[in-house]
Design a protein around this ligand. Structure first.
Ligand SMILES: Nc1ncnc2c1ncn2[C@@H]1O[C@H](COP(=O)(O)OP(=O)(O)OP(=O)(O)O)[C@@H](O)[C@H]1O
Length: 946
């Protein structure tokens, strides 16, 4: 028994740690919390009053000792009834009380159980206490109850075989003095059919089996249990235990005292006390269950590479599809919906007012308040019709949606243990942050709640009317049969009459755009999975998708994956979340102001809200200096936020090294994915090689976020490209993931090499179809309406899905960041800093490696760039130098990014344009930081290639 309970404890600890202590703690906290909350919300008063005494009794029992207990499954009321019944049966069976009830109870119990009716009170009490102490799926209550019933049945049957099987006729009196009806049902027939002896043997075996059920013991565990009963230690495995080597063929086992944790790698959560594995005994070989070690359910082990049809993004939640009846052709613009979301903007304050039907929205006549960058973007569009007052000086919203912000503020106050400081004091992280204290994830309620999704508004009716009349005007037999309203776009479903060509509708795109007064109309023919044409038209009453709502969605809460990020909502109104580990790398691109930085913020906030620093570490590169500064000092950082592009390229090289180190580990220990490796480390299955000082510890996921790729590519194109290429090709298994953002999706920034290795793309509005093609390999992003409207092509999807990005405002980010910063200080890796400093030193004399060859090198550069021909033999001829010298000059040009790598006997590719020659020469002389002209010139030059 003791072993089984310790085993189950270890099992539950392991499962907790495997999903990440922090996150599972939070998720269980959340689920229990929400279960409790809903229970409290719905439980009527009478119910509570009725259960008050049973619950008090139950908790008293649990105070003494408790087993596997999940409050969501507690059965205190039932257990209390069982105890009351036990007292009744105690009176009737033990004291034979002579009242009518006593006699009735005795007749009932003895008719059913015969002489075994005396154990009924004991049985009821034992079961009641067991059910009080244990509840939930892991409790094993079912097998224990089944065991007791079977044991009672077997004993009743044995008594029946011995005492009543001789009499071949049925008599209640006989049964009451033998094994009762329970014993008679199988006992007597078996004794008559076989013989009394064989019947008894069968029931004894059944009784023994029921004892195994009660003690939750598998047959293979019997020898150890017997040893324990005999006061001896159960046999432990030798260092080369057969089971372990089966499970982890490459495992190297040495004394446990060599186990410590690598520098900079977060410490083990300590919850995985490894259960001593047993050597296979004869019995276990005979009865061996085909099960993986440490897993009782007989299922196969799970590895990170098991998943078929891998998808990086998940869509979930209700989609409110609106179907229009047959009368759809004549939908009136004044439909039955009074939820008028069309706004006119008043000059002074942005008061939301219903616009008169069909009227043009008047432009504000006064000074438009400049809404600050990170305030709610469409805050003035308050769909409740409440007035939003915006300060005309600062653009700040003075009177905000009262419930939402107040709830968020309350959550923060309740959660954040700020020691003597204010929440806004970003510059002073709490000095008392204790790295040993248990890490707590921020409460999801800290993020704002959005308004419920409107499935149908007056604006939709207006569009349906416009579409219907356009079809009528052009004599197209088509009708709008329904629509799906997303947060920023609605997809109208159009069905064609018999014999009508699809082109008749698609050719009308411009007329439709004219009719609905929007240039951003997208036609899908057909809507995937439907025989209908989809017409996507932007909502004039857009909704904000709050990150908090995405992260609080059921699926996101239930998913313990620390690398899950809230993306937004799709056109159908489903929440979209992305598993960054499955991406495995993401390219985010779009024009200025399209919503890239907002997405990066949502992603980073998702990680902060869901992952502990032990689970996810990050490197942030922010050449723009301001975009990611809000995250400075969070404990998830491996290095301070990098703003210098040179240092960033060094950091990427460090990532390559780290990845290689992880790969070597995975290879050595025989794992294909860092997730499997981590699980094995937590389970104590991975040990350092004998005699080595290596320390083995779980690897956190490593997320590298680059907020502007173009700046990096300008400075050290070759280095950055080769690092990114190497990382993206290999990093998935090593738990290293890249998110690269750029506002210049041109081929010189998003090169073919980078693109080929980054399978997931997120395209925000682009300025041209060419840019859209660079990101998505297809057009479409140029028709997006900006401000978070995006096309998302996650790995595993054939077509991009349209999403409205999740929004998290700066105050939410600050609250989340403050919450985590006050708990722990970041532990920066010094080796990253060292590499960056070395790069800095080499930057001091960029011409050091040229030595006395400067003049020849400049001539060589001039020749190669102006002829656009990177041939070594040409240099030999024209400069009259030997082969070795010409080769060296070419290598120097390669190191400066003027020519590409050697391609055997072919001439090298020249990477700069002739018009950039002066810049190239200045760069070689060390007089300039950049090799090429201005970014705009460069991208224009490359766009010609399309
Ligand atoms: N998901 C969103 N929901 C609502 N509004 C958004 C969203 N994303 C962006 N916006 C609005 O668009 C503005 C610009 O967004 P953002 O700063 O993210 O653009 P960007 O593409 O990063 O631009 P830049 O490249 O200039 O930094 C935001 O200030 C906000 O008003």
């Amino acid at each position: 028994m003791a072993q089984s309970s310790s085993k189950s404890k270890s099992r539950s600890a392991r499962s907790a740690s495997s999903s990440g202590a922090g996150s599972s703690a939070r998720s269980s906290q959340t689920s229990t919390g929400s279960a409790k909350a809903s229970e409290q919300n719905v439980e009527p008063f009478w119910h509570k009053a009725l259960l008050a005494i049973p619950r008090a009794f139950g908790s008293a029992v649990r105070k003494v000792s408790v087993g596997e207990y999940d409050p969501a499954y507690r059965r205190d009321g039932l257990c209390f009834v069982m105890i009351v019944l036990a007292i009744f049966f105690c009176g009737s069976e033990w004291f034979r009380v002579d009242g009518a009830l006593g006699r009735a109870l005795h007749s009932f119990a003895s008719a059913l159980f015969g002489v075994m009716s005396v154990v009924v009170p004991v049985l009821l009490i034992v079961l009641a206490i067991r059910l009080m102490r244990n509840s939930g799926k892991e409790s094993g209550n079912t097998s224990v109850i089944a065991g007791f019933v079977m044991l009672l049945w077997s004993i009743c049957s044995i008594i029946d075989v011995v005492m009543a099987a001789d009499t071949k006729e049925f008599s209640w009196q006989n049964l009451q003095h033998a094994g009762g009806l329970l014993g008679f049902v199988i006992g007597s027939p078996l004794a008559w059919g076989l013989s009394q002896t064989f019947a008894i043997i069968v029931f004894v075996v059944a009784a023994l089996f029921s004892i195994l059920l009660i003690t939750r013991t598998h047959v293979t565990e019997i020898p150890d249990k017997l040893r324990e009963l005999g006061g001896r230690e159960p046999r432990s495995v030798s260092s080369d235990g057969a089971e372990q080597s089966e499970q982890f063929p490459n495992e190297v086992r040495v004394g446990d005292d060599t186990l410590a944790f690598a520098d900079g790698v977060p410490s083990h959560d300590g919850s995985d006390e490894d259960e001593a594995p047993r050597k296979e005994s004869l019995s276990s070989r005979l009865f061996k269950r085909r099960k993986p070690q440490g897993d009782d359910d007989g299922k196969l082990d799970q590895y990170a590479g098991d998943e078929a049809f891998l998808k990086a993004a998940s869509r979930h939640g209700e989609a409110a599809e609106t179907n229009l009846g047959n009368g759809a052709r004549s939908v009136s613009s004044g439909g039955a919906y009074n939820d008028d979301m069309t706004r006119s903007i008043d000059s002074g304050t942005w008061n939301a007012q219903p616009a008169p039907s069909g009227s043009t929205v008047p432009m504000p006549s006064g000074n438009m308040p400049a809404v600050s960058q990170r305030t709610d973007p469409w805050a003035h569009m308050d769909s409740d019709g409440e007035t939003m007052v915006v300060s005309t000086q600062t653009g700040e919203i003075l009177d905000q949606a009262p419930g939402a912000q107040a709830a968020a503020d309350q959550a923060t106050e309740a959660m954040v243990p700020v020691a003597g400081g204010t929440m806004d004091d970003l510059t002073a992280p709490n000095a008392q942050a204790d790295s040993n204290a248990p890490y707590q994830l921020p409460d999801l309620n800290l993020l704002m709640k959005g308004k419920p999704h409107a499935a149908h508004t007056q604006a939709n009716d207006n569009v349906i009317h416009a579409l219907t009349s356009t079809f009528q005007q052009f004599n197209v037999d088509a009708k709008v049969v329904g629509f799906l309203r997303g947060p920023s776009v609605t997809q109208y479903e159009v069905e064609l009459g018999p014999g009508v060509k699809v082109e008749k509708v698609t050719n009308l795109q411009k007329n439709i755009a004219y009719a609905v007064a929007s240039s951003d109309v997208r036609i899908l023919s057909p809507i995937p999975g439907k025989s209908a044409i989809g017409i996507e038209i932007p909502n004039i009453d857009r909704e904000i998708v709050h990150l908090g709502d995405v992260l609080r969605s059921d699926k996101a809460v239930q998913d313990p994956n620390p690398m899950l990020a809230g993306v937004g909502k799709d056109v159908e109104g489903h929440f979209v979340t992305a598993d960054l580990t499955k991406m495995p790398h993401l390219l985010v691109a779009g024009a200025t102001g399209s919503g890239k930085s907002s997405f990066i913020n949502s992603m980073l906030t998702s990680i902060i809200m869901r992952a502990t620093p032990d689970q996810v570490r990050m490197i942030m590169v922010d050449p723009k200096r301001v975009e990611l500064s809000a995250y400075a000092g969070i404990p998830h950082l491996l290095t301070p936020i990098i703003t210098d592009p040179k240092k960033a390229s060094q950091a990427l090289e460090w990532v390559v090294k780290e990845m290689d180190a992880r790969y070597s580990d995975l290879e050595f220990f025989g794992f294909r994915h860092v997730k499997d490796f981590n699980e094995a480390v937590r389970a104590g299955k991975v040990h350092a090689p004998a005699g080595s000082n290596r320390k083995v510890a779980p690897y956190p996921y490593l997320l590298v976020v680059v907020d502007e790729m173009a700046d990096l590519m300008m400075v050290a194109k070759n280095d950055v490209e080769s690092s990114i290429q190497r990382i993206t090709q290999l990093a998935r298994a090593a738990g290293v993931h890249l998110v690269l953002a750029t506002q210049r999706p041109s081929v010189d920034v998003v090169t073919g090499l980078i693109k080929a290795n980054i399978p997931s793309r997120l395209a925000f509005a682009t300025s041209s179809a060419t840019d859209s093609r660079v990101i998505l390999d297809t057009t479409g992003a140029e028709t997006l309406i900006g401000q978070g409207d995006a096309l998302f092509l996650p790995m595993g999807s054939a077509k991009p899905i349209r999403v409205q990005g999740a929004w998290v405002n700066e105050s939410e980010i600050r609250k989340a960041v403050d919450f985590v910063r006050t708990q722990r200080k970041p532990h920066y890796r010094e080796d990253i800093e060292q590499m960056a400093n070395e790069a800095e030193k080499s930057k001091l004399d960029p011409t050091e490696d040229i030595g006395g060859d400067m003049d020849e090198l400049l001539q060589a550069a001039e020749l190669v760039v102006s002829s656009q021909f990177g041939s070594t033999s040409m240099l030999q001829r024209k400069l009259r130098v030997g082969f070795a010298k010409a080769g060296r000059l070419m290598d120097l040009l390669e190191s400066r990014g003027v020519v590409g790598p050697s391609e055997g006997s072919k001439a090298r590719e020249v990477l700069v344009q002739p018009q950039d020659l002066p810049q190239v020469l200045a760069f070689i002389k060390g007089q300039s930081d950049s090799l090429t002209g201005s970014p705009s010139q460069q991208s224009a030059a490359h766009e010609q290639e399309y």
